[in-house]
Design a protein around this ligand. Structure first.
Ligand SMILES: Cc1c2[nH]c(c1CCC(=O)O)Cc1[nH]c(c(CCC(=O)O)c1C)Cc1[nH]c(c(CCC(=O)O)c1C)Cc1[nH]c(c(C)c1CCC(=O)O)C2
Length: 384
């Protein structure tokens, strides 16, 4: 398989006129708040180690080489689309949230069995000087142009079957990795920064937000048809720290991207932050809020609607989610029953079906098929 790494240069801008028309726009219609004949469905980490065909690619290729090779990134993005033909309503570009810290000058290794490791984490505010700075000639489009190439290449491979999603990590989650040096049970070092060095934390978060916002716009120019922002470690913060260190940066990213790419649906996944649903709905311009499994869909819907009414907002906010991914370890009948119950709990309001977090390495791909088929049937029945 070719794995050429494109030369740095002008990022690709997709010539939309030459692209086949989208055959399945269910995801885009639902994300805009339109009523659809059934709920669209896709899954976080739908390309990943639970798929034998993905593991086969990874045997031969380092994780970040897959990200950096448009041919390989396209191949693994397409794997679930091919396997679940007609069942998945969106593709998500194969990449990682940690490409931003990398582009900002940090080393990131993907250690098999352990996850991401940043061997030279930021230990103190003076370490911010090690990061490349957009104000000193650092170009997001140049550093992350390989993601744009992968997106453009994947749009061609998809040939209009389903829309392609781009994504980025949110500032707090990326800061957490950059300070912690990898994953963590408590993110104590990263959280300690917030309390010990609040000004330096804001400076770091501001710089990450600026990169993330430009990166998302660049992904749209390269062909991404919708975007998702991952604040995966929002749950480590409480309401007060979320309001200070996460929400303003999420709001900035959404506003920046909305202004430059009007009409492109934006999703936020702030895992564990259901305490902040009202603010996410009323104080940002995200179109879709992705829920984890720790909140009941009907409660979330009611709280979002109440917050929008209280703010006098006529924005439509769509909910995405939220089956507990570990349910896919249960037997088929349980997956069917719980998936149908989940669809019913979201009701006939615009809903994008998904898991409450990503697919896991031990999942049986056939259980995912059961989930997808059940969403099709159950959500269609609800709308009749
Ligand atoms: C926190 C986070 C990361 N990466 C991501 C998040 C946010 C979503 C979430 O909360 O899970 C986002 C991500 N990572 C990956 C994608 C690709 C698209 C997709 O969803 O299919 C996306 C959207 C591929 C990946 N990113 C990673 C893998 C597996 C690693 C491998 O192939 O060896 C994949 C398929 C590695 C990764 N990358 C990250 C971790 C913690 C790990 C290790 C955990 C694991 O191994 O599953 C950081």
């Amino acid at each position: 398989m070719p794995s050429e790494i494109p030369a740095a240069g002008a990022p690709p801008n997709l010539d939309v006129a030459t692209m086949p028309a989208l055959q399945n726009d269910l995801y885009l219609r639902a994300a805009r708040g339109e009523r659809t004949e059934r709920a669209p469905v896709w899954c976080m980490r739908q390309a990943g180690r639970y798929l034998p065909e993905f593991r086969a690619v990874r045997v031969e290729n380092d994780f970040f080489n897959v990200c950096r090779s448009p041919a390989l990134a396209t191949e693994v993005t397409m794997q679930p689309i091919r396997r679940y033909a007609g069942l998945l309503d969106a593709a998500i570009i194969f990449s990682d949230i940690l490409v931003i810290p990398q582009a900002m000058g940090m080393r990131v290794d993907m250690v098999p069995g352990t996850g991401p490791r940043l061997p030279e984490p930021l230990r103190e505010p003076a370490d911010l000087a090690r990061l490349v700075d957009q104000r000193k000639g650092f170009s997001v489009d140049r550093e992350l142009g390989y993601v744009y190439h992968a997106i453009t290449n994947t749009r061609h491979a998809l040939a209009g079957r389903v829309p392609l999603l781009g994504f980025a990590g949110a500032p707090w989650t990326l800061m957490a990795y950059m300070v912690e040096g990898g994953g963590s049970k408590t993110f104590a070092a990263a959280k300690a920064w917030l309390f010990r060095h609040p000004q330096a934390a804001h400076e770091l978060l501001r710089r990450i937000a600026a990169v993330a916002a430009d990166f998302l716009v660049g992904q749209v120019h390269a062909g991404a048809q919708a975007l998702q922002v991952f604040e995966s470690w929002a749950g480590e913060l409480g309401p007060r720290e979320f309001a200070e260190f996460s929400l303003p940066y999420l709001a900035h990213i959404a506003a920046h991207v909305k202004q430059r790419c009007p009409g492109v649906p934006l999703t936020v996944f702030a895992r564990g932050a259901h305490y902040a649903l009202e603010q996410l709905a009323a104080e940002t311009v995200f179109d879709v809020i992705s829920l984890d499994w720790t909140i009941a869909p009907a409660d979330a819907r009611a709280r979002v609607d109440r917050a929008l009414r209280a703010a006098g907002s006529d924005r439509r906010v769509v909910l995405q989610g939220n089956l507990d991914p570990t349910l896919l370890f249960a037997d088929e009948a349980t997956v069917r029953r719980r998936t149908a119950e989940m669809c019913a709990a979201f009701g006939a309001a615009p809903h994008i079906a998904n898991l409450g977090h990503g697919m896991m390495p031990g999942h049986d791909p056939e259980r995912l098929r059961v989930f997808l088929e059940t969403v099709h049937q159950a959500s269609r029945a609800l709308r009749q």
